[in-house]
Design a protein around this ligand. Sequence first.
Ligand SMILES: [Zn+2]
Length: 365
Amino acid sequence: MRISLKNIVSTCMITTLIFPLFPFATTEAEDITRKKLEEHLQEKENVLNKIAEQDKKLQSFVDQINETNLKIKEIQKQAAPIELRLTNAEKELKVYDQILRKRVRFFYEHGQFNYTSQLLEADSFGQFLYKLETLRLIIKQDTTLIRERQEVVQKIKQEKSKYDLLVTQQNEQIKKSKEAYNKIVQEAQKDKKNLDVLEAFEELHEDDFSQINLEDWKNGKLRFPYDGPMKRPSNGALTSEWGYRNHPIYKRPILHQGADFGGGTGSPIFAAGDGVVVSSGPSSGYGWLITIYHGEKNGKHVFTRYAHSYPNQVKVRAGERVKAGEHIADVGANGNVTGPHLHFEVRYGNGEKPPSSNPRKWMSI
Ligand SMILES: [Zn+2]
């Protein structure tokens, strides 16, 4: 990447050398790049918004599918005893049918005569009536039982088919949700590819973008809202708080403008938030000082500063956009220090020297 940038730079220089009579060529080229940068940032924001929107949609689908799955489980739980009741009822019915069949066969084989003769063998008309009534009751009882049995079975069957229908409907709903989910996943993949292309373009034109950002910063044009809270800039332990402390040399309380983090030489320093590096260079006392602009909050500028790295440990330069958590430098012992550490400051305000603010107000340390 760097090699190709050098190529671009040298091509530009050659162009300038060959065509020195075109005084507006550089300005025009710059305008095009600026326009491209703006378009690029807009496009990137659109894609990022779209991806965020898709993520939200996907999450809601996942929630929906999970909810439906739970409902189906609940329905199946309710359907299980119904199925059992149905099976038992069918078994009982079978047993009952067998008994009935036997009885019918008995009547058929000896029944009519035997039965008639039994009736005829009655000693009296009273006994005859009694026998007849008994027989009638047995038959009536049998038919009633059969009917009732069938009614129960029918009822359970109906109940079961209602549950089956419900499960089928829910399954259809799940299928539809999954289809919609897959469609969004496909779209999201497309947009993620677009984002890759945009980021590749950004990387290729990193130097141009940095230059424009820096110019905009100097002209007061670089403005965006602060997007907090911040992230811890180091994995090292907090060794000194922001606030007044007795200075070992001056023997009086002096405001410590930042928070110090240990961790040893070479441990990584991270950007506390999204922003643009507005300066990165040697600074007396600080050794090396990186300043990141994080945007505006309530009409005031928010900055963070990172001190004491050695020049070869610094990974960013002025004008570069950085993301929260991005590795921007390593811990060194450059400047006015007794040992290696990160001196980290939050500056909040307007003008040349905005006052320092307790980092604890901006992040959990
Ligand atoms: Zn410090």
